[in-house]
Design a protein. Structure first.
Length: 98
């Protein structure tokens, strides 16, 4: 594929879309959007999935930049990455308007 035709915005859309491509990740983002932050242990109680599976979903969201994690031993606190969350909303909005 000729990478010169792929824009930075298209790369961002693809990165965010990949992170949003699983219903559990959508649910995690919904939970985080309704509160300031959440501990991974709290998410384990909310979601009917194994801790290791939750960890993988959180990793995908974090790698995409949609959430951020802060270690507060023995827990990890997760929050929306608000600047990137706003950017994703704007990018998708512009993409679907065209």
């Amino acid at each position: 594929m000729n990478n010169s035709i792929i824009t930075e915005e298209q790369k961002k859309i693809a990165r965010y879309a990949k992170a949003l491509s699983h219903p559990i990740r959508i649910h995690i983002l919904k939970v985080l959007s309704n509160q300031s932050c959440c501990y991974s242990g709290d998410l384990t109680e909310i979601l009917p999935i194994a801790k290791s599976t939750l960890s993988q979903h959180l990793k995908e969201l974090k790698n995409a930049g949609l959430i951020q994690g802060e270690i507060e031993l023995p827990k990890i606190k997760y929050c929306l990455n608000k600047p990137n969350w706003e950017e994703a909303k704007n990018i998708f909005s512009n993409f679907f308007e065209k």
